[in-house]
Each structure stands twice: as C-alpha cells, then as structure tokens.
Design a protein. Sequence first.
Length: 148
Amino acid sequence: MAPSSLSAESLASGDLLNHAAWLACFDALGLGGLTRNLAAHCQLASDDGGTVVLRLDPSQSAMKAEVHNVRIERALKEIGIPRRVQFSVAELDATLETPRQQEERLQQERHAQAVDLLHHDPNIQKLQQAFGATLIESTVKPAPEPRS
C-alpha cells in the first residue's frame, strides 16, 4: 500500500490499523522533532479500535514521555484515526520494519537506482571512455522524492 493510498476514509469503517497501515500513514501524521524520532523507531504491536500499542525498541526507551503520546494521539485524530497511544518497550519483530528502517531502505534503493542510471547513461559512458573518468558512487545523491 503506497503512503498516499491510506486515508481516513479507508479506516472510517471501523478498520483497525495493522503494521502496513502504520507504515503507510506515518508521514501523513506530520510529526516532528523528538516525537517523530520516537515514533519512527516503533512497530505497531496492536490496535483494538480504541488504543494503539506501539512496540518501542529498548535502546530508544529513554525518549519515552507522555508528551509524545499526546502528540501522536493528536496526529492520528487529525487524519481520522482517533486512538489512545501506549508504548510497549520490547524487542522489535525482526520481520517488520519501523518507519525509520523503511525510510533507510527506500533511500538505499533510490541511491542504487540513481547509480545504476548513471552507469547506463551514454553521456557518462562517453566521459569514462574519453577521459578515464570514474563514478564515485558514494557521492551520488538521488533527487528527493516529491511530497504528496
């Protein structure tokens, strides 16, 4: 599910959040600062329709504070998902990504795609052949994804 395909309407029928929906709606929450950082290190543990439980990696537990619960609750409500928020400090499920891990993976994929495009660009190939130029892959910066 693409991030923009999740909407309040898609959850208005009483659907519960699952982990894929948590990842999909994360950017739409519009969280910033420490609250965003804390939430980005969480996996959705459960949603009973009234309370969302976010599983927080123990290495990040020092960031836990009631102010973050309130901000996440407000952000969820603003996108049409009124829930209380609780944190459960526990080892993360290795088969699920946190929003931060997803962001890092997507950045790595965009970087690899940009490098591949440059390697296959005929102009780059001409420069390499004519001048012995080399592509320093670590300096390649993919264009930022447009925000929806």
